[in-house]
Write a protein that binds this ligand. Structure first.
Ligand code: 5GW
Ligand code: MN
Length: 357
């Protein structure tokens, strides 16, 4: 209303100024709106940076749910970046797979990492023909030392279901007896394990367990075997061959065989009596071994150490993500070398003539 007090020229000038100011204000409001919408879109879009570590969070990607691990305050000896925990043995492969020896890991930290994951482990054993005599010692000692505190299912493959003893198991542990065919040739008895593990991995294990541990039955547990062994794919150093040059490993040396490994190749000699991993990896391993055996069989060939030879071929070109030291598969007939601080899983002496006929 003061405008009317001004001269007419000044009035129109003042109006123009007001108009300009209004336009500027409108532009400012529009800019603000545009920025708001833009930042809203960014918030709704996919996260651009990793979530901060430390807090326990559950989130989903596609259909699978991932869980991050939060550790509590713990007191333990600090690792030393300039000093390996042990210098008498090799603890790491050139493809960065740890080799599990006593004194190289802290089981409290590992236990805390696995806590809350509620993992379920399948332990597979074959007791065909007279090998059923080994089952009760195997299970009794496994109850004491194998994955104590975790969910465990023993899968006992046998042709003599009525010979399998009923054993009282700790809470969270169960036994499943699976009837399988008998093969006449003993070589087929050990080799066909791959086929059966392959089939059951696809048909059953994938729905029931997170990890499989596949072992010989003529064994006893005599010390802890826990989550330190678990990894996507693991094998075990053979107790008779860990220190030898590759040329003297008893790999299959005939180029006609699918298990053939040339003299200038090979990392370790892995034992047929202890391997495992997640179900997908165990499926790939057993499927490869069974198919390779069938290809050889069609040519009337059988690798020198049967399933073990094909296992070694697989591990050469599909390197395990973890390797167990011979602490996990020992035979007392090899004595007790100084570097062997624990014997966790040991062969039960058997009368070959008596048990194999
Ligand atoms: C029988 C005769 C000769 C070799 C093996 C067998 C045999 C093996 C058998 O009659 N029944 C049977 O269940 N097996 C399974 O194959 C067992 O799970 C056994 O632990 C595995 C490997 O055979 P081993 O333990 O006799 O082989 P080594 O090399 O450990 O002595
Ligand atoms: Mn054995």
């Amino acid at each position: 209303m003061f405008l009317w007090l001004l001269p007419s020229d000044d009035r129109s000038c003042w109006r123009r100024c007001c108009c300009l100011l209004n336009y500027l204000l409108l532009l400012f409001v529009l800019c603000c709106l545009w920025f708001c919408i833009r930042s809203d879109r960014q918030l709704l879009g996919p996260p651009r940076t990793c979530r901060s570590q430390g807090a326990a969070t559950n989130f989903s990607i596609g259909s699978s749910s991932l869980q991050s691990i939060a550790l509590q305050r713990m007191l333990y000896k600090k690792p030393d970046a300039l000093k390996p925990p042990r210098s008498d043995i090799c603890t790491m492969t050139p493809w960065f797979a740890p080799i599990v020896w006593n004194g190289t890991y802290n089981s409290d930290i590992l236990k805390a990492q696995f806590e809350g994951r509620n993992i379920h482990i399948g332990l597979t054993l074959f007791a065909i023909k007279k090998y059923t005599v080994f089952v009760s010692t195997f299970i009794d000692t496994a109850e004491k030392y194998f994955m104590v505190g975790h969910k465990v299912t023993y899968y006992v493959f046998t042709d003599r279901v009525s010979d399998i003893p009923t054993v009282e198991l700790a809470e969270g542990r169960q036994m499943v007896v699976l009837r399988v065919p008998t093969y006449q040739r003993w070589q087929d008895v050990t080799m066909r394990r791959m086929e059966m593990l392959r089939n059951y991995s696809r048909q059953r294990f994938i729905d029931e367990v997170d990890y499989l541990v596949c072992v010989d039955v003529d064994m006893r547990f005599s010390d802890e075997v826990g989550v330190e062994i678990l990894s996507d794919l693991f094998g075990t150093l053979h107790p008779g061959m860990y220190g030898l040059p590759r040329e003297s490993y008893t790999y299959e040396r005939s180029p006609q065989s699918e298990a053939y490994i040339p003299l200038d190749e090979g990392d370790f000699y892995y034992a047929g009596g202890f391997f495992g991993g997640n179900i997908e990896e165990v499926y790939k391993l057993t499927n490869f071994c069974h198919n390779a055996m069938m290809t050889d069989k069609a040519k009337n060939i059988e690798a020198i150490w049967h399933d073990e030879s094909y296992l070694n071929k697989f591990f050469l070109y599909h390197k395990p993500t973890k390797i167990l030291s011979p602490e996990y598969l020992w035979d007392n007939s090899f004595g007790i070398p100084k570097f062997l601080k624990r014997r966790r899983f040991v062969a039960v002496p058997k009368n070959h003539n008596e048990i194999r006929n």
